[in-house]
Design a protein around this ligand. Structure first.
Ligand code: UD1
Length: 421
């Protein structure tokens, strides 16, 4: 398996261009199932998760054409309705196919996504809402089997605002009969982006980006052209990279309004964050102040940036307290950060970090996508040799050309091919 080898001690300096958002591109590509005709999607990142959803949709009959970051999606002839275990187990977001398949074909069979490294991650809220919309759903042999002659509008309430759940219901409701009102919906920017694409297809949606979304079902959708928003988690990772290395980075092509919680926290560490034309400039401080973090749904501090920010706090001056409120087991990166010398205590969903003057290089193991990014950030400042990050296939799920982008900023990172195991 490949590993990434990092020589620490080089401040990041220069310009980095942010790619399209993985978590927006996935539902947007899935929405291509809702109607035949040729959709033209722009700013699609080249990532393993994108290849996975394409591969599953090809098995359903969708045809793709790719040119750079432009992806054409054509679902004229859908011939299957099943997402198999072998693929779903590599990417939980495959559950995003459930809503559009039910809406278009009236049936879907999707392998039940299991738990993952960061928690149990149930999908009960997706299923309950679809049942309220008239779907028949049963589990058999590890698969969700769903059928619905005609989905109908319903009054829905999510106990917890779920991101992919909100996206699934949006896609199921756009052609349902009548009006669907979804309360306590998630309001992440990726949901607003999906709603924008669906509206360009002719859907009638109000309130996307707030916690109440009203969808009036329409009879007919048409293919559309849509540009995916920039990836706020990738942008945030480079912003933290600038801060931790005491660098000076122009993070270009990102949307500052999607990064306000991180911007605020970085400023409290003494980092200078300037909103400029086309992005954000981040200048790291001489000495990093400690701040506390509580992860929350948008616009709160993103759980997908918690691990990276913990790398930063590992070398801050003083103590900081992290509270993870979105996922129950999202501190698995802690034991690997400790291998680099970080001083972190975990107590339930809280982590107490005592900033150290320095981290020391060591071999570490990536455990999930964002944990991998946090280890790379820590490796950028680890002293006394090379830091090796193993199992980086997690990283390739969600960061486009990450070594090239870091090296373009003056880091010394290389990928080493390892034996296939
Ligand atoms: C999405 C993102 C992921 C991000 C997460 C939270 C994608 C592809 N992934 O994941 O990167 O970390 O949002 O911002 O967009 N829950 C239930 N029942 C359900 C669904 C969710 O109890 O049916 C709970 C989860 O266990 C979790 C919370 O709700 O505690 C939020 O999860 P959710 O928003 O659904 O995360 P994902 O959509 O899987």
């Amino acid at each position: 398996m490949d590993k990434i080898v990092i020589e620490g001690g080089h401040p990041l300096k220069g310009v980095v261009k942010i790619s399209g958002a993985k978590n927006a591109a996935l539902p947007i590509i899935a929405a291509g199932l809702l109607t035949g005709g040729r959709h033209r999607l722009l700013n699609i990142p080249r990532l393993r998760d994108i290849r996975t959803i394409r591969y599953i949709m090809e098995k359903l009959g969708t045809v793709f054409q790719e040119a750079g970051d432009v992806l054409e999606v054509n679902s004229d002839n859908l011939t299957a309705h099943e997402a198999p275990y072998e693929l779903v187990k590599t990417m939980r977001a495959s559950i995003l196919l459930l809503g559009p398949l039910l809406a278009r074909l009236g049936r879907a069979k999707i392998s039940l996504p299991g738990g993952c490294a960061i928690g149990a991650r149930p999908i009960n809220l997706h299923l309950k809402a679809l049942v309220s919309m008239g779907a028949d759903i049963y589990m058999e042999h590890g698969y969700i089997n769903a059928t619905a002659k005609h989905l109908k509008g319903a009054d829905l309430f999510f106990d917890i605002p779920t991101v992919t759940g909100t996206e699934n219901i949006l896609m199921a409701a756009v052609t349902a009969r009548g009006t669907t009102t979804l309360r306590n919906a998630a309001n992440e920017p990726e949901i607003k982006d999906l709603a924008k694409m669906l509206s360009a297809m002719g859907a009638d949606i109000e309130g996307a980006g707030t916690d109440t979304i009203v969808i009036h079902g329409v009879d007919h959708l048409t293919p559309c052209e849509h540009t995916v928003i920039p990836d706020r988690i990738e942008a945030g990772t480079f912003m933290i990279g600038a801060a931790i290395t005491g660098g000076d980075v122009h993070v270009n092509g990102c949307r500052p309004e999607h990064l306000t919680a991180l911007t605020e926290k970085l400023r409290q560490t003494g980092t200078e964050v300037t909103i400029e034309d086309g992005g954000i400039r981040v200048q790291g401080p001489e000495s990093i102040e400690s701040v506390d973090i509580k992860t929350m749904p948008f616009p709160g501090f993103a759980t997908d940036l918690q691990a990276q920010f913990m790398a930063l706090m590992s070398v801050a001056k003083g103590w900081s307290m992290f509270r993870e409120t979105v996922f129950e087991n999202r501190f698995i990166h802690v034991s690997e950060l400790r291998r680099l010398g970080a001083d972190i205590e975990i107590n339930g969903n809280q982590a107490l970090i005592k900033g150290r003057e320095r981290l020391l290089s060591a071999p570490v193991m990536a455990t999930d996508l964002r944990a991998s990014a946090s280890l790379i950030l820590a490796g950028l400042v680890a002293e006394g040799g090379l830091t090796e990050v193993h199992r980086i296939y997690h990283l390739d799920r969600g960061y486009e050309a990450i070594e090239d982008k870091f090296n373009g900023l003056g880091a010394k990172i290389r990928r080493e091919k390892g034996p296939v195991v």
